[in-house]
Design a protein around this ligand. Structure first.
Ligand code: CTP
Ligand code: ZN
Length: 154
């Protein structure tokens, strides 16, 4: 296109995760559980121009509705993402992802001796800072920072 904007197919029904931090689409696919494939249409764009972010990634998944836990995980790897719910080609809902103040059962504690790794206790992190991301284990006070959180996603 003349303005250099990326043009990709619209979807009929499903979810468009837009404004993903550039380079994080693979992490989002993993969170969605479709990094090894998926029977439905999936459109992935990486490092495309965005008005707001400079470069961004985008993931469109047909026939998929995201659970609240999934949206929290996406907020960890892509804090500026927007989740668009598409019905009959129209955007019926646009939800900016937002990390809650506490994350329960979302991220594993990095401390092997933490009670959440030793016993059947759900992990529990307090979000001390969103950007840069700082998560503090409620039980053992281990600090998880930035991109490391994405490798600890449950
Ligand atoms: N989209 C899509 N299929 C549809 C409708 C929308 O794939 N049937 C995509 C658009 O391509 C866009 C995103 O969903 O990437 C959000 O659509 P829309 O709200 O119309 O775009 P913008 O106004 O540019 O969104 P924002 O303000 O969040 O940047
Ligand atoms: Zn811990």
């Amino acid at each position: 296109m003349s303005n250099g904007e990326l043009k990709v197919s619209k979807i009929r029904n499903g979810t468009v995760i837009d404004h993903i931090t550039a380079g994080m689409a693979p992490a989002v696919l993993k969170i969605l559980g479709i990094d090894q494939g998926c029977p439905d249409t999936v459109i992935v764009a990486m490092n495309v121009r965005s008005q707001r972010l400079g470069l961004k990634d985008m993931v469109k998944v047909e026939n998929r509705v995201l659970e609240a836990e999934t949206v929290k995980k996406i907020a960890i790897v892509a804090p500026h993402a927007t989740v668009n719910i598409i019905k009959d080609f129209a955007v019926v809902q646009k939800i900016p992802v937002e990390l809650p103040h506490e994350l329960i059962g979302i991220v594993r504690c990095a401390n092997r001796n933490c009670i959440t790794n030793v016993e059947r206790v759900a992990s529990y992190f307090v979000v001390e800072s969103r950007e840069p991301l700082r998560l503090r284990c409620h039980y053992c006070e281990t600090l998880i920072e930035g991109p490391y959180a994405s490798v600890l996603l449950l």
